[in-house]
Ligand binder design. Structure first.
Ligand SMILES: NC(=O)c1ccc[n+]([C@@H]2O[C@H](COP(=O)([O-])OP(=O)(O)OC[C@H]3O[C@@H](n4cnc5c(N)ncnc54)[C@H](OP(=O)(O)O)[C@@H]3O)[C@@H](O)[C@H]2O)c1
Length: 270
């Protein structure tokens, strides 16, 4: 049967040539994931609102292969960069059309774009809605749109970035990612027989653009980490990306319907 092997040496992640779309690839965890997947030889689609940041990353990735920009000499194909605001309900269908046109299909969907706005008991109604749009509905819509393509490839992957589910207070983003975790669990059950896995990755505190808005200095991060993160520091985007890349890999084919935390031991529940 395809893909079932006993490993006797370094693990082959079987990512070379796989087509992967990463949302929120212009910064943080998404950008780090793009770098790791490119190094494994995956063919990338980078999505975010800031097209200039995506193009800069694409040029970097294209030039970083062993053959530079020369494909014949082992260079990497230039990632496809697509600008989209994922809170636009029409964006997923547009992205699917563009990906089908340019790549003919998709193997890996990394639903990474997301943002947590400030929490509070009496949040504005519009904020609740926009947080659910970005942190839940956008991910759900993209998966629905790409599912036929993911299933057609025979080794589909959906990976959703969520967050640890231990509230400090009332947070619309956290409620939205809780919805995402439960939806993903259900989806995993119904697509498993089409060789598509669906998992979630829950970062604790990973040093990134949005985290720096709340913890701008190393001292601010250290003060938070001292009390709450057993590892004693915030994680790096690469540390979160490593987990995402493994879940996207061939050897992860039997892992589905679960949520994996990358948080230096921060969450206290089992
Ligand atoms: N870092 C953490 O500690 C942490 C903790 C819990 C959960 N998470 C989750 O992990 C994921 C990655 O977080 P990060 O910390 O790496 O974030 P980040 O550095 O702030 O990057 C967020 C990415 O999402 C994109 N994005 C935001 N709104 C978008 C929209 N409306 N349409 C399209 N793209 C949009 C941004 O690109 P543009 O601005 O160019 O559109 C950016 O590339 C997010 O889902 C986040 O909620 C992170």
């Amino acid at each position: 049967m395809r893909g079932h092997r006993i490993y006797g040496g370094p693990v082959d992640l079987e990512l070379a040539g796989r087509r992967a779309l990463i949302t929120g690839a212009s910064a943080g965890i998404g950008r780090a994931t793009a770098r790791l997947l490119a190094a494994e030889g995956a063919q990338l689609v980078l999505v975010a609102r800031r097209l200039d940041a995506l193009e800069t990353l694409a040029a970097e990735l294209e030039a970083s292969g062993p053959g530079g920009t020369d494909l014949e000499a082992g260079g990497r194909p230039r990632p496809l960069c697509l600008a989209a605001d994922l809170t636009d309900p029409d964006a997923p269908a547009r992205l699917r059309e563009q990906v089908t046109d340019r790549l003919g299909g998709l193997d890996i969907l990394i639903n990474n774009a997301g943002r947590a706005e400030p929490a509070g008991v009496t949040l504005d109604e519009a904020l609740w809605r926009s947080q659910f749009e970005l942190n839940f509905h956008a991910k759900r819509r993209l998966a629905e749109e790409f599912l036929p393509l993911l299933a057609a490839g025979g080794q589909g992957r959906v990976i959703n970035l969520v967050g640890i589910l231990e509230p400090f207070g009332v947070s619309a983003a956290q409620a939205a990612v809780a919805a995402c975790v439960l939806w993903a669990k259900g989806l995993a059950r119904v697509v498993a027989d089409r060789q598509v896995t669906v998992n979630c990755v829950a970062p604790g505190r990973i040093d990134s653009e949005q985290i720096r808005a709340h913890f701008p200095t190393r001292e601010a991060q250290q003060e938070f980490a001292r009390g709450l993160i057993p590892a004693g520091r915030f994680g790096t985007a690469e540390e979160a990306a490593a987990l995402i890349v493994f879940l996207a890999s061939g050897p992860a084919r039997y892992i589905t319907g679960d949520t994996f935390t990358v948080d230096g031991g921060m969450h206290r529940s089992i």
